[in-house]
Design a protein around this ligand. Structure first.
Ligand SMILES: *Cc1c(COP(=O)(O)O)cnc(C)c1O
Length: 372
């Protein structure tokens, strides 16, 4: 089939033709034209979460995880102590990289199907006063849970603790307001809800903590303070920028703004989510999460109970019908995931449900009803 598959994954995701076309030019990394694009992207990013007066934003080469690692190394002193609120796979990854950066790390565990609990956080901070920072994931892309960012931020602020937020899969779609929600660092990336292509992350750093960040990173390439200082001085990135990714992101942000910004993006993704849930429900599929904690970003479904079901074959059949699904990330139950994000709307979600129906038929499976 000489057409791109539609990606129902949490990044990379389906982008518009306009965003792809923006990558058909070469840019000099020292050139004033490219520096202007970088400056424009940074200014737009600050506006999205109303952080112009409280934060700076520092872009970094690499996938989203590079920026999470860089944020921890830049923001947390080497003798700091990070508490990770863990309700899924991306939390576990954040805890692992925190330890690997040499920072003391404690994990507060929650169920994969539940939100992290602000009262449990408050109790933990009271019990262990050596904790200096809290790290949370806004939308836990593992199962798809939306965590209560404003409430967690309130607990951190009232206990005088720093907060680091991985908002990778929520930024641009779910509301975040830096004027009301206090955080030291918040991380997202080009290839998620802004619908750019993957290749760079960006970290919002609270201005009040910037000076203290100097020299804290043990990595040269991942030092966000150094990247910030150099960028302010020269307008340039330290080290080779992902030029095509940056111009594609600028083009994606222009479309984001024209669509109506974050509220419009949330409305489209919510419509995608409802279309998906309704259609899959008609095929017998059951979502893993309670709708009360589900973000309209990615949905985890229970695998069909039919013994003929096997993820690889199901994936291949859906792919043959034009759609790329995503494996589950839960260890206890057999699941798969379907993303609601990207440059797609109701038509594509209806077609996706139809592709799943055809995939079931191909495998001789009568319904998506799970075995639980
Ligand atoms: C996508 C994502 C990341 C980054 O993953 P990469 O594969 O490094 O891009 C981190 N955290 C969350 C919650 C994500 O959804």
């Amino acid at each position: 089939m000489d057409r791109d598959h539609i990606l129902l994954t949490p990044g990379p995701l389906t982008t518009t033709l306009r965003t792809k076309l923006a990558m058909l030019r070469d840019w000099g990394s020292w050139d004033a034209d490219f520096n202007a694009v970088t400056a424009r992207v940074r200014a737009s990013l600050l506006k999205i979460i109303h952080a112009e007066s409280s934060h700076v934003v520092v872009p970094l080469q690499g996938s989203g995880t590079f920026s999470v690692e860089a944020a921890v190394a830049t923001v947390v002193p080497r003798d700091g102590h990070v508490l990770v609120l863990d309700n899924g796979a991306y939390c576990k990854r954040a805890a692992k990289l925190t330890s690997m950066m040499g920072r003391k790390c404690t994990v507060l565990a929650f169920d994969d199907a539940e939100q992290v609990s602000p009262p449990a956080l408050a109790a933990k901070l009271k019990e262990d006063t050596s904790i200096t920072h809290v790290l949370m994931i806004h939308c836990e892309t593992g199962a798809g849970v939306l965590n209560p960012l404003p409430l967690v931020a309130e607990v951190c602020a009232s206990h005088g603790k720093g907060l680091i937020v991985d908002a990778m899969s929520s930024f641009g779609a779910l509301p975040i307001d830096a004027r009301e929600t206090r955080f030291d660092a918040l991380i997202a990336a080009s290839g998620k809800c802004l619908e750019g292509v993957p290749g760079m992350g960006f970290v919002f750093l609270r201005k009040a903590i910037l000076d203290k960040c100097a020299g804290q990173s043990q990595s040269l390439a991942m030092d966000l303070h150094d990247q910030y200082v150099y960028m302010e001085k020269t307008g340039q990135w330290r080290f080779t920028p992902p030029t095509h990714v940056v111009v594609a992101l600028a083009e994606a942000i222009a479309q984001f703004e024209a669509e109506g910004g974050q509220p419009a993006r949330l409305a489209r993704y919510t419509d995608n989510y409802r279309t998906l849930i309704d259609g899959m429900g008609r095929l017998g599929f059951m979502p893993f999460l309670d709708p009360a904690v589900q973000a309209p970003i990615i949905v985890t479904f229970h695998a069909p109970g039919d013994p003929r079901y096997e993820f690889k074959a199901f994936y291949a059949a859906a792919k043959a019908h034009g759609f790329i699904l995503y494996p589950g990330k839960l260890t206890q139950v057999e699941t798969f995931r379907v993303g609601c994000i990207g440059a797609i709307g109701r038509n594509e979600m209806e077609q996706a449900v139809h592709a799943v129906e055809l995939a079931l038929q191909d495998l001789g499976i009568e319904s998506g009803t799970p075995h639980i």
